[in-house]
Design a protein around this ligand. Structure first.
Ligand code: ZN
Length: 122
């Protein structure tokens, strides 16, 4: 699970949107994440709690797991929904009223959606 996550973010040094890898989070404040530009290696801190709703950080499709109801996901995992052609981040996990399991996903275009996970494959 230590796979490096990448985001597209505006690099002040390159003066353009570049691919950035996560360096680490700030001690005691997990909303502040250090990213390093893969082009110029300039590090920048992004406060993900202040992320505007029109999404400065864009997910990169290759870093997303394709969504499938049979799979189970972890909070923070990036997923790609084939039918909706949208990428999102798992923000929470919960139980459904029928005793199943669901994930809450914050999608780039669609916003927050609840999806079934860990569906028993019959
Ligand atoms: Zn850069």
């Amino acid at each position: 699970m230590s796979k490096t996550k990448y985001v597209l973010y505006y690099c002040v040094s390159c003066n353009k949107e570049t691919k950035m890898g996560v360096v680490g989070t700030m001690e005691g404040s997990e909303n502040k994440v250090w990213y390093r530009c893969t082009r110029c290696h300039h590090s920048t801190m992004i406060d993900i709690s202040k992320r505007p709703s029109d999404s400065v950080i864009k997910f990169i499709k290759e870093d997303c797991t394709s969504y499938s109801p049979e799979r189970s996901y972890t909070v923070g995992e990036l997923i790609y929904h084939n039918t909706w052609d949208d990428m999102g981040k798992v923000t929470a996990k919960e139980k459904t009223s029928s005793g199943g399991r669901a994930i809450l996903v914050s999608f780039e275009k669609l916003g927050s959606r609840r999806l079934i996970e860990n569906l028993a494959a019959e």
